[in-house]
Design a protein around this ligand. Structure first.
Ligand SMILES: [Zn+2]
Ligand SMILES: [Zn+2]
Length: 233
């Protein structure tokens, strides 16, 4: 049995080194995967989902200063531990099947009713390089889970931006400005309520820019569903 499984699965869990024991979230073992939970003890900003330092606040300072264009970002967890390892294996090592258990985490978020699911698009160059858009794969799982259609071509990445991870916070906030637009064919039939899907949220500038163009085109409610948020902005 294990010999056969070894052929199908990489032998070891990348988080703890024990043998993989389930195809559902392989190569992660059941013990490590069960640690990926929506920690209720983490208090998050009710708008952008960033972890808050105090139990007595509901919004972070940046959302108090300036509300984002989206109504709320629903965040599953912190970008750390097994969740981070799984996202990175999907994205950088091309383990696409991890979009299934990761997508199931997105489906567990308390999202409001929406009419359409929109993945954050990658630039053409990045898409060619990677061969797939992880947000699209995650969006597909959410679409199946919620029985809401997915429209991967509605948002267009019109400008290639520098990867956010290589920039300072100030640069990150400005970087996505003007990077997205709504496809001309979609303009006349835009839905009222949408949820944008992304894997990792850092400053939230990318999601905010997507939301800005959607609201400008007349979408009434823009929400965001995100797997992981970095601890500090
Ligand atoms: Zn493990
Ligand atoms: Zn906030």
């Amino acid at each position: 049995m294990w010999k056969l499984l070894d052929l199908i699965l990489p032998a070891r869990c990348p988080a703890c080194g024990r043998p993989s024991d389930s195809r559902r979230h392989a190569p992660f073992c059941s013990g490590c995967w069960s640690s990926v939970t929506r920690a209720p003890e983490v208090k998050r900003c009710t708008t952008c989902g960033v972890a808050l330092p105090s139990d007595y606040s509901f919004k972070c300072l940046s959302c108090i200063k300036e509300s984002p264009h989206y109504r709320r970002a629903y965040v599953f967890g912190d970008y750390s531990g097994t969740l981070k390892a799984a996202i990175n294996l999907l994205k950088f090592e091309g383990l696409r099947r991890l979009s299934v258990p990761l997508g199931a985490l997105l489906c567990s978020l308390p999202l409001p009713p929406v009419d359409l699911i929109l993945p954050v698009p990658l630039s053409r160059e990045r898409l060619v390089q990677r061969g797939f858009n992880q947000s699209h794969l995650l969006g597909l799982r959410l679409s199946r889970g919620l029985s809401v259609p997915l429209e991967p071509a509605l948002l267009i990445r019109s400008k290639d931006t520098v990867p956010q991870s290589t920039l300072s916070r100030d640069e990150r906030l400005k970087n996505p400005r003007g990077a997205f637009s709504v496809s001309a064919s979609a303009r006349r039939r835009l839905p009222r309520r949408v949820v944008i899907v992304d894997d990792v949220m850092t400053t939230g500038a990318t999601l905010n820019e997507c939301a800005r163009v959607l609201v400008r085109e007349g979408v009434e409610e823009v929400h965001a569903a995100v797997l992981a948020r970095t601890r500090t902005e």
